[in-house]
Design a protein around this ligand. Structure first.
Ligand code: URA
Length: 244
């Protein structure tokens, strides 16, 4: 894939330079040209019972904002529903809000979010323009601890409904936690990267391609892996383009 001068500048903003463009992202870490079909997400009885799987955007957002299904409601400042174009082709999924997101009510607004914005720009995208950003958890875990399985189970129907309403053409999951949750896998990020996975919010839905990449917060701590995340974005872009 060739890149424009502008994209080259954006890559430098991501901290990648000199720019190395991998011609075959799958060459990374032994990934083959494999299409791994994720198990269709289970339609949780909780979602059906509470009607989440029938909600429109406004009702869903209102329901999330008053959710008390797990203990995180006691420590959150506010819920962080998601942000962006509700008709977006691209859906980016992170783990859970941090302190700044909890304070502002928007995903990825801290330092990791600024890197994410630069990563989006590098592939000609922008927050809110054909991109929707959400997290697996809608509430901040105290002290940014890892989400508990029970919290994920309670929150999962909200993300499932967001996917069903959005019907994105491509999903990019950022970080091990979001990847393992969405793909229902316990594989390492090294194993999940470099392949096109698939996700279905419900068995009857068509499969949406899923690309796994590093979490921006990890990239801030490990800038040497930024080149790999660029390879992931190239794979995401080419996967998206193949659908048109
Ligand atoms: N990390 C995430 O996974 N999500 C956010 O919204 C912010 C930081």
């Amino acid at each position: 894939m060739s890149i424009s001068a502008e994209q080259r500048a954006r890559l430098q903003a991501m901290g990648i330079g000199p720019v190395w463009v991998l011609r075959h992202a799958q060459a990374e870490e032994g990934g083959a040209d494999e299409i791994a079909a994720a198990p269709a997400a289970e339609k949780t009885s909780a979602a059906a019972a509470s009607g989440i799987d029938q909600m429109d955007w406004d009702t869903l957002e209102q329901t999330v904002s008053s959710c008390t299904a797990c203990g995180l409601c006691k420590t959150r400042t506010q819920t962080v529903f998601g942000v962006g174009d509700q008709h977006a082709d691209w859906l980016l999924i992170g783990e859970a809000p941090g302190a700044e997101e909890d304070a502002r009510g928007e995903p990825f607004v801290g330092q990791a979010g600024r890197l994410l914005d630069n990563m989006l720009k590098a592939v000609g995208l922008a927050r809110g323009q054909n991109v929707y950003i959400a997290n697996v958890l809608k509430c901040r875990p105290p002290n940014n601890r890892n989400p508990e399985p029970s919290e994920v189970a309670q929150c999962a129907p909200y993300l499932q409904r967001q996917v069903a309403l959005l019907q994105p053409k491509l999903i990019v999951v950022m970080g091990r936690f979001a990847a393992q949750t969405l793909l229902n896998s316990d594989a390492s990020i090294a194993n999940l990267r470099g392949k096109v996975h698939h996700y279905r919010a419900h068995p009857e839905d068509s499969a949406i391609p899923v690309i796994v990449t590093y979490h921006p917060a990890y990239l801030l701590r490990t800038p040497t892996d930024k080149a790999k995340s660029w390879a992931d974005l190239c794979l995401a872009q080419s996967t998206f383009q193949q659908q048109h």
